[in-house]
Design a protein around this ligand. Structure first.
Ligand code: KIV
Length: 304
C-alpha cells in the first residue's frame, strides 16, 4: 500500500506563459527546476517554483544512461502525465527528445502536439538555434509555446566532443547570440542558456526581449534552472561546477535506509505503533461484544 495521491492543491493559480515572458521586465527572476515524477513534482511545486521542466535529463537521472539521446517521445509523455498530476501552480515544460523534431518543421509540430495531448505539457523545449528557427516558428504557429535552448545542447554531445562549455572566443560567442536572437524571432517565449561564460550570457540576455534562463551561465540571466537531484544533493558521481547542492538528501537517504536495514535485522521494526491491532486485542473484542448484545456498538470496518 502506498501513501494516497490526494491530488494537486485545489485553488492555486497557474503560472502562465505571458506571465513568464513579462518577468523579463518586471522580475523577479524566474526559478525553474526539473522533475520526473508525481512525488518530486508535488514537493517542487509546493516550494513556489515558477516552472517545472520534465527534461530529457530523465535519461541520465532516472534511467541511468550516459547521455540523453535514447530518450523517447512516449517516455517524456509518460513522465509529463505523472508530473502534471502533482503540479497546481508551476508552468510545466516538456523537453522534446532527440530526433522528435530535428527532421523537419512538420515533424516538430506533430511531436509538440503529441506532447500537449499525451504528456499534458503546457509548453515544449527544444535544443538548437538558427538551424531550428523554422521548426520553432512552426510549433508556435500551432499555438504551442516554445522554450529555446542554446549554448551546450546535450543532444549534440557527440558533435560537440563531450559536455563542454560553449561560446568561448568571440566567434563562438557571436554564434550563441545569433542563435538566441533567431529563437526570439521565431517566437520562443524564453530561452535556456546552458554552460556558457557569464559575460556571454549577459550579452545574450541584453540582446533578446524574452527571459533567459541559465544553467552554468552565471547570475546575469533572467532566471535559473537546475536538475532536481543535483539541487537536493542526491546525485552520485561527477557533478557539474554549477550544480549547487541546497541539501544533502542523498546522504540522508542512505543513512535512513541503513537504519531501516538494522531495525529489520534486529526485529525492532515494525513496532506496535506501525502494526494493525491484533485480531483478538482487547478493544476489538469489546466492540464485538457490544455489537452482539445490541447495545448500539457499531463495529466500523476500518483497518486496525
Ligand atoms: O534536460 C534537462 O534537464 C535540461 C536542463 C538541464 C535545462 O535541458
Amino acid at each position: 500500500m502506498y501513501t494516497a495521491n490526494t491530488g494537486a492543491r485545489g485553488s492555486v493559480r497557474k503560472v502562465t506563459v505571458p506571465e513568464v515572458r513579462a518577468r523579463k521586465n518586471s522580475g523577479p527572476k524566474i526559478a525553474m527546476v526539473t522533475a520526473y515524477d508525481y512525488t518530486m513534482a508535488r514537493l517542487v511545486d509546493e516550494s513556489g517554483v515558477d516552472m517545472i521542466l520534465v527534461g530529457d535529463s530523465v535519461g541520465m537521472v532516472v534511467q541511468g544512461l550516459t547521455n540523453t539521446i535514447p530518450v523517447t517521445l512516449d517516455e517524456i509523455c509518460y513522465h509529463g502525465r505523472a508530473v502534471c498530476r502533482g503540479v497546481a501552480r508551476a508552468h510545466v515544460v516538456g523537453d522534446m527528445p532527440f530526433m522528435s523534431y530535428q527532421t523537419s518543421p512538420i515533424q516538430a509540430v506533430e511531436s509538440a502536439g503529441k506532447m500537449l495531448k499525451e504528456g499534458q505539457f503546457e509548453s515544449v523545449k527544444l535544443e538548437g538555434g538558427e538551424a531550428f528557427a523554422e521548426h520553432v516558428h512552426g510549433i508556435v504557429r500551432a499555438s504551442i509555446p516554445v522554450v529555446g535552448h542554446v549554448g551546450l545542447t546535450p543532444q549534440s554531445v557527440h558533435a560537440l566532443g563531450g559536455f563542454k562549455v560553449q561560446g568561448r572566443g568571440d566567434e563562438a560567442a557571436e554564434q550563441v547570440i545569433r542563435d538566441a536572437k533567431a529563437l526570439e524571432q521565431a517566437g520562443a517565449f524564453c530561452i535556456v542558456l546552458e554552460a556558457i561564460p557569464p559575460d556571454v550570457a549577459d550579452q545574450v540576455t541584453r540582446a533578446v526581449n524574452v527571459p533567459t534562463i541559465g544553467i552554468g551561465a552565471g547570475a546575469g540571466c533572467d532566471g535559473q534552472v537546475l536538475v532536481c537531484t543535483d539541487l537536493l544533493g542526491m546525485s552520485r558521481g561527477h557533478s557539474p561546477k554549477f550544480a549547487k547542492q541546497f541539501a544533502q538528501l542523498g546522504d540522508a537517504a542512505v543513512s535512513a535506509f541503513k537504519q531501516y536495514v538494522n531495525e529489520v535485522r534486529a526485529g525492532e521494526f515494525p513496532g506496535a505503533e506501525h502494526s494493525y491491532k491484533p485480531n483478538h486485542g482487547e478493544l476489538v473484542e469489546a466492540e464485538e461484544k457490544m455489537a452482539a448484545s445490541g447495545e448500539g456498538g457499531v463495529v466500523v470496518p476500518f483497518m486496525r
